[in-house]
Design a protein. Structure first.
Length: 469
């Protein structure tokens, strides 16, 4: 019998400092919580298993809750196998993955952590359990069996955006001190008032707790370049997406159709170009390509599409150094907003529904665009609030458990909404009735009240009302 999942995220701690590197990670599709997180958990467990007193002779993985209900469509099983084999999302070449998996399946053997050969039978060593563990909707339990009959068991949770927690692990240290701590939108605005800094500069200064300013800027340059490359790669591809729904890639044909249509002279074309850029990213994600979690894979197309809107239609003609600095300011601002959602709610669709993914990405992109368009801190906060307010209640109901329908098109809607939200906010003076803090709390309450079947289980919504072809 299916047990309802818990409603309190394991990592919700508004006082914990968060780095931009937690919001943006370069990994593989199709899901940050169902692919990237499980791969990281499996990688970590493999290393721990080999560090024990006795080498393991066999390793198994049990997947629970949302990871089981939509795991096959999200490639959770293959992610676990790759992680156990010593691969991390950041290092894995998506094009090499099929051959790695084929060799394991053909030989019935897996090289644990890339060093120790063990027998492995996928059908019995990766098991799907639809019931939820009591701690979190996305649970994994690994068991390493040694030759003397002892079992080493570890439980992990994939908590959104590719982040993982190991049950029983010591709590993360909160001794890290950032220059301008904030746990709410109100505190973020107050910090800006007190220092005269923009939201982007507050986050940039806080990053010095982890890395030098030049290193932080270089990291965001790499994130921006990965986003741009994903758009371009997605546009270049044709054919069907994997998974059985026979969904055809549309970005390539759309790009051909838009060739010669200057968005500067045709307002309607702006929306088509933005939709194209978001489609391209999420088609790549659905195909298991390299994407940036922003803040998740399911919502990976929103920020890149809005960032390209800025670079192509706003900063076009500016020197490269100006455009590069604008992209950094965009991403630092987006990160600040994403941090608030992680601190005060969750970015996991298994907890919040798609409002926690595309809704959060829309909010981040809206605030970021307002920033690079010259908005004040209060206008930025207003834009972020508008971006989420009109995504409240958005469910996660992927057909067939695949990150394709409605996920791909939903990113185009999120990107267009973000642009609209930014320009609406810039027409005001930053004062508004609903604060960003209030809308984040509303999202949290809505997510907790939302029925389980609408939260990345494929047990409700479009997932049951559309017949798979």
């Amino acid at each position: 019998m299916q047990v309802d999942p818990p409603t309190v995220p394991l990592d919700r701690d508004a006082s914990r400092p968060i780095s931009v590197a937690e919001l943006f990670t370069i990994g593989v599709g199709p899901s940050s919580s169902h692919t990237v997180g499980p791969m990281r958990a499996a990688f970590d467990f493999a290393a721990r298993a080999l560090a024990g007193d006795a080498p393991p002779g066999r390793v198994t993985c049990d997947l629970y809750g949302s990871l089981a209900l939509t795991g096959r469509g999200h490639a959770t099983d293959t992610a676990v196998i790759l992680g156990l084999s010593g691969w991390e999302p950041e290092r894995l070449d998506p094009d090499a993955a099929p051959a790695i998996l084929a060799a394991i399946r053909d030989t019935g053997r897996l090289r644990l952590a890339g060093t120790r050969d063990i027998p492995f039978a996928e059908a019995v060593d990766v098991v799907f359990h639809p019931e939820f563990l009591p701690d979190h909707p996305n649970g994994l339990r690994f068991t390493a069996r040694t030759g003397d009959g002892r079992d080493h068991v570890e439980t992990y949770f994939s908590i959104g955006g590719g982040a993982i927690l190991r049950k029983g692990a010591p709590a993360a240290s909160h001794n890290l001190a950032v220059r301008h701590p904030f746990s709410s939108g109100a505190e973020l605005l107050a910090s800006g008032d007190a220092t005269g800094l923009s939201i982007a500069d507050i986050v940039r200064a806080n990053e010095e707790a982890w890395r030098e300013p030049e290193e932080a800027d270089a990291f965001l340059d790499a994130v921006r370049d990965a986003m741009a490359a994903c758009i371009d790669r997605g546009i270049a591809q044709e054919g069907e997406l994997p998974g059985g729904l026979r969904v055809r890639r549309r970005a390539h044909a759309l790009a051909r159709g838009l060739a010669g249509h200057d968005p500067n002279g045709n307002p309607a074309a702006v929306f088509e170009w933005v939709s194209l850029w978001a489609l391209a990213v999420n088609e790549e994600n659905a195909a298991g390509g390299r994407v940036v979690t922003a803040p998740t894979n399911g919502a990976a197309g929103v920020l890149p599409a809005v960032l390209r809107f800025y670079e192509t239609l706003v900063a076009d003609g500016e020197p490269e150094a100006v455009r590069r600095e604008g992209a950094r300011r965009f991403l630092y601002t987006a990160a600040a907003i994403g941090m608030l959602y992680k601190k005060r709610a969750s970015i996991s669709a298994a907890e919040m529904g798609c409002q926690g993914e595309v809704g959060v990405a829309c909010s981040m992109a809206a605030g970021a665009l307002a920033a690079v368009l010259g908005g004040s801190n209060r206008q930025i906060e207003n834009a972020a609030e508008i971006g989420m307010e009109h995504n409240l209640g958005l469910t996660c109901d992927p057909i067939g458990g695949l990150v394709q329908i409605p996920c791909i098109e939903r990113n185009t809607m999120g990107a267009v909404k973000a642009i609209n939200a930014a320009y609406l906010a810039l027409r005001g003076d930053g004062s508004h009735v609903v604060s960003l803090d209030a809308v984040i709390e509303t999202m949290r309450q809505t997510g907790e009240d939302m029925r389980t079947k609408y939260k990345e289980t494929s047990l409700g919504g479009l997932a049951v009302n559309v017949v798979e072809c």
